[in-house]
Design a protein around this ligand. Structure first.
Ligand code: ZN
Ligand code: ZN
Length: 335
C-alpha cells in the first residue's frame, strides 16, 4: 500500500495536482510518510482508496453484469413467455422466471448508493490506513520476517478470522435496534453485481472492521494484505451476481441470495460454518427462497414484527422489506 501511495504521490499528485509547488516541499527519494504532512497523507489516501474501490466495482461489476445478465438475457430469451428471461446455466440458482431480468430503477439506485457510500467509506478507511502506514499495524514488508509457510497460510487465517467476525457483525446488524443501518442493502431482493457495495457507509465500514482488526493483531505481508482485500472486493461482487459456486462449505451467491430474500439465514461472507454452528444455515439448493411455503413466510414476518414491536415498545409500521414472495412469483410458482 505504501509503495502504491508513493507512486501516486510522486507521479500523479505532485506533477498533475500540485505542479511546481511540489518540488519545493519534498524530495522524491524520501519516505513519503515522513515527507508529507498528515493532512496531505490523509486526503491522498482517501482519494486513492475511493478511486481504487470504484475501479474494482465498475470493472468487475460491469464485467459480471455484462456476462451474466446482459449476454444471457439476450441469448436465452424465451419467446413463449411475455417476460424476457433467460434459461439459467446448469450452475445458476434457479429456474425462476424472475431470475435474469433486472429493474433499471434498482440499477440506478444501486449505482448511486454505491458511488456516495464508497466515497464516505473510503474516508473512514483512510483514517485507519493512515494509522497503519505510520506503523500502527503488524503488516510487514519482507517474507523473511515470518517465512514462506506463514506467508502462504496467512490469507487462510485472514479469511477464517474475518468470516467469523463478519458473521456476528452482520447478525447484529439484523437486530431491530440497529437494522436501520443495514436496511438500505436489504431493499434489493433480486441482487445484481451493482448491489455489492450498496450499503449505508456505516454499515459497510462496520463490516470491514474485521479486516482492520486482522492487520492490527496478526502479521501479514503488506502486498498480500492489499491483494487479499482486492479478492474480498471481488468476492463481494460475486455473491451478488447470482452465479454461484457449489463448493462444500463455501457461502456462494446462492446462499447470499437466500439471505437477501429469506432475510434471517446465511449471514456468512465466505464460508457457511458459522451459519451451521449457530443454526442460521439454509441450503439454497434444497430450499430456494421463492419456494418457502406461505406458512413459513408468515411465521418469519410475524417474528420480525414482534421483534420490532419489542424494540420500539409501540405499534410498528407495516413491514415493506420482510422476506416475501411477490404475488407475481407466487402465481407463477402455482402454475
Ligand atoms: Zn443482511
Ligand atoms: Zn448483500
Amino acid at each position: 500500500m505504501d509503495e502504491l501511495l508513493e507512486i501516486v504521490n510522486v507521479y500523479v499528485v505532485d506533477p498533475l495536482i500540485l505542479g511546481e509547488v511540489a518540488s519545493t516541499v519534498h524530495a522524491k527519494d524520501a519516505p513519503w510518510s515522513e515527507d508529507y504532512s498528515r493532512t496531505r497523507q490523509f486526503f491522498v489516501l482517501w482519494a486513492f482508496l475511493y478511486l481504487s474501490s470504484m475501479f474494482v466495482y465498475v470493472l468487475f461489476g460491469g464485467l459480471t453484469f455484462t456476462l451474466f445478465f446482459v449476454q444471457r438475457r439476450q441469448t436465452n430469451l424465451d419467446p413463449g413467455r411475455k417476460e424476457h428471461h433467460a434459461i439459467p446455466p446448469a450452475n445458476a440458482l434457479t429456474d425462476n422466471p424472475a431470475y435474469w431480468p433486472w429493474d433499471n430503477k434498482q440499477l440506478r439506485n444501486e449505482l448511486w448508493v454505491s458511488t456516495w457510500s464508497l466515497f464516505l467509506m473510503a474516508g473512514m478507511t483512510a483514517c485507519v490506513d493512515l494509522y497503519f502506514l505510520l506503523g500502527g499495524s503488524r503488516l510487514y514488508n519482507s517474507i523473511d520476517e515470518y517465512g514462506w509457510a506463514y506467508f502462504l497460510a496467512s490469507p487462510f487465517l485472514f479469511l477464517f478470522f474475518t468470516d467469523a467476525l463478519i458473521y456476528w457483525i452482520h447478525r447484529i446488524l439484523h437486530w431491530p435496534s440497529v437494522y436501520w443501518l443495514h436496511k438500505l442493502h436489504h431493499k434489493y431482493k433480486e441482487t445484481t453485481p451493482w448491489s455489492a457495495f450498496s450499503f449505508h457507509p456505516l454499515d459497510g465500514f462496520a463490516q470491514s472492521v474485521p479486516y482492520h482488526l486482522f492487520a492490527l493483531f496478526f502479521p501479514m505481508h503488506s502486498r498480500l494484505y492489499t491483494a487479499t482485500l482486492m479478492v474480498v472486493g471481488l468476492w463481494t461482487v460475486n455473491i451478488h451476481d447470482r452465479m454461484t459456486l457449489r463448493l462444500w462449505g463455501v457461502n456462494g451467491a446462492a446462499h447470499h441470495t437466500v439471505h437477501h430474500v429469506a432475510f434471517n439465514y446465511n449471514y456468512g461472507q465466505y464460508f457457511t460454518w458459522s451459519d451451521h454452528v449457530f443454526g442460521t444455515f439454509k441450503d439454497p439448493h434444497v430450499s430456494w427462497p421463492y419456494e418457502l411455503d406461505e406458512a413459513e413466510l408468515e411465521k418469519n414476518k410475524q417474528k420480525e414484527q414482534a421483534e420490532r414491536r419489542a424494540a420500539a415498545g409501540k405499534q410498528v409500521q407495516p413491514i415493506d422489506d420482510s422476506p416475501n414472495v411477490s404475488p407475481k412469483q407466487s402465481n407463477k410458482k402455482k402454475q
